[in-house]
Design a protein around this ligand. Structure first.
Ligand code: SF4
Length: 529
């Protein structure tokens, strides 16, 4: 549903801030594609765009694709911004630019909801999820779109049930410019890992959309031209196991009906390995990737961070089980934990070898506001300023340089081309081979898709196979894929591998952040007004 009952129309400019270069945005892969420029379309801002009254003209600009222009600001009567902590400086910069046109600027989303005081210059702070605060904001702007004399803070007390969420305005985003499509089924997570802000922000009792909404969203994504991979951005896809089981038959039916037009991916806790009834249905629905926050292979560390649920099955056994249903595991890893020892880096590299996981996001521990970790470190006097050349705001128990050096070594060794492609080869042999055999969908057979594939193959062969310095390792892998006729697998693995190799090289010489949350090396150094 939309906000309704508002007669006066206002022109709203929704601006999504640029991301800083980071491991998780795969930007080194973009030059090998047919024009991808950004990671995923922003769910939150597209949802708000769809929720605004029907008579309100909305313009959406993702600054990862192009900056908001003078003409955009001159057109607008008010500006909406949303984003995460890592985009804080860019959000403040958008606010500064909008104020130059004397526009009121409202900010919502996860960062301002956790830390309103990060955003002193904005006119309206929307704290919390879609709900009564959103209606209040719309009503205020309808009455008067000019800048209020003082900052107005609107907090959601009454959240809109997710079953009443409108379909996100995917039609406003240039979907072909994104690496992945995105979709959201649930919000919240029942666990309470010490470092995580999800339960504090979104609750422990997951809220849900209906399966019918998800099918309608998939149809809309398809209409908007998405045919490749779609990522369920839910904090934990099995946060409510019954709901996951309710949804999966609908996804299976949709995939069958559309000819398996999309490859699905999600985030879930590792204890999904104990649920064969869910895994079997996920295989049928053509889930091909599961991101698991494994965090560390050290059981003492998992206990200390209250992530015992990762040990419900032995970790390597859990990974093998998920692989046996055709799903590749992507793993989050944290270094700099209080339980880390000088030999932690070597143990991690051994885990990488043993697990055969190709893609691990290895980050330094960062304390996020509104988490139990933040509270504990504050009590212990171990929160430090990360504005000043550090990659973490945590005073580690080991010396800082030792932790960063260990992280760099892990990145360098784990993503050596021969090691990485060996792990991808393992996945081809033992994971991808377990997937259901899907028909070639009409979209895949289309000339547009074939042309897309040919452009990517040309780029990969030319930039990696001819000019790349790891071309011998690449060709060994590529020829195997070509012999199996697995062009799609060749393209997907090559794109990801290139990003991982190039990012890790930059990281190992200190040119990339050791934390997805670190503000070091952020390109836009723009202070709040
Ligand atoms: S399981 Fe994942 S989403 Fe849930 S609290 Fe832990 S880290 Fe956060």
């Amino acid at each position: 549903m939309r906000a309704d009952g508002i007669e006066t129309a206002r022109r709203i400019l929704c601006v999504f801030p640029r991301y800083t270069s980071s491991f998780g945005t795969f930007e080194y892969a973009y030059p090998l594609t047919d024009g991808v420029q950004a990671f995923m379309p922003p769910q939150g801002l597209l949802l708000i765009a769809a929720y605004l009254p029907e008579n309100w003209p909305v313009r959406f600009v993702d600054e990862n694709l192009r900056p908001a222009t003078k003409e955009d600001f001159e057109w607008a009567e008010a500006v909406f911004v949303s984003g995460m902590h890592i985009q804080r400086q860019q959000m403040n910069d958008i606010c500064r630019r909008a104020h130059a046109f004397d526009l009121a600027v409202a900010i919502g989303g996860p960062s301002v909801s956790a830390c309103p005081d990060y955003y002193p210059s904005f006119d309206y702070l929307h704290v919390g999820e879609l709900g009564d605060a959103t209606n209040d904001l719309i009503a205020r702007l309808a009455r008067d779109p000019s800048r209020p004399e003082q900052q107005v803070v609107l907090k959601t007390a009454d959240r809109l049930p997710m079953t009443e969420f409108p379909l996100p305005a995917y039609e406003m985003a240039e979907m072909s410019k994104y690496f992945l499509g995105s979709i959201q089924y649930s919000s919240g997570c029942p666990y309470q890992c010490e470092f995580c802000d999800i339960p504090g922000l979104y609750g422990r009792n997951p809220r849900l959309k209906s399966p019918e909404q998800i099918i309608a969203e998939l149809d809309k994504l398809r209409e908007c031209g998405v045919t490749g991979s779609v990522y369920f951005v839910d904090d934990n896809f099995i946060g409510n196991r019954k709901a996951a089981l309710d949804l999966l038959p609908h996804l299976i039916e949709w995939q069958k009906r559309t000819g398996y037009v999309m490859r699905l991916a999600c985030e879930a806790t590792l204890n999904i390995a104990k649920r064969p009834e869910i895994l079997e249905k996920m295989r049928e629905a053509f889930f091909v990737t599961v991101f698991c926050g494994i965090e560390t292979p050290d059981p003492d560390a998992l206990k200390a961070m209250h992530k015992d649920h990762n040990m419900m099955v032995p970790i390597l056994e859990g990974i093998n089980t998920i692989n046996s249903y055709g799903m590749e595991v992507v793993s989050g890893i944290i270094m700099g934990l209080d339980t880390d020892k000088p030999e932690t880096g070597d143990a991690l590299l051994q885990f990488v070898e043993d697990s055969q996981i190709p893609l691990l996001t290895i980050n330094l521990l960062q304390a996020l506001p509104k988490t139990p970790l933040w509270d504990r470190l504050e009590r212990e006097g171990r929160l430090v300023n990360d504005d000043d050349g550090r990659d973490s705001n945590v005073e580690f128990l080991l010396p800082y340089n030792q932790v960063v050096d260990s992280w760099r070594k892990c990145m360098e060794v784990a993503y050596k081309p021969e090691k990485l492609f060996a792990r991808y080869q393992y996945q081809c042999d033992y994971t991808y081979s377990q997937r259901i055999k899907v028909p070639v969908s009409p979209e895949q057979k289309s000339w547009a898709n074939i042309k897309r594939g040919l452009i990517m193959l040309k780029n990969i062969f030319w930039k990696v196979g001819v000019f790349g310095d790891y071309r011998r390792v690449f060709w060994k892998f590529a020829l195997g894929r070509l012999r199996h006729g697995d062009i799609e697998g060749l393209i997907a693995s090559s794109l990801l591998a290139h990003h991982l190799i190039m990012f890790a090289r930059a990281a190992s010489v200190g040119q990339q952040n050791a934390s997805n949350y670190s503000i070091r090396l952020r390109e836009a150094s723009v202070a709040a007004e």
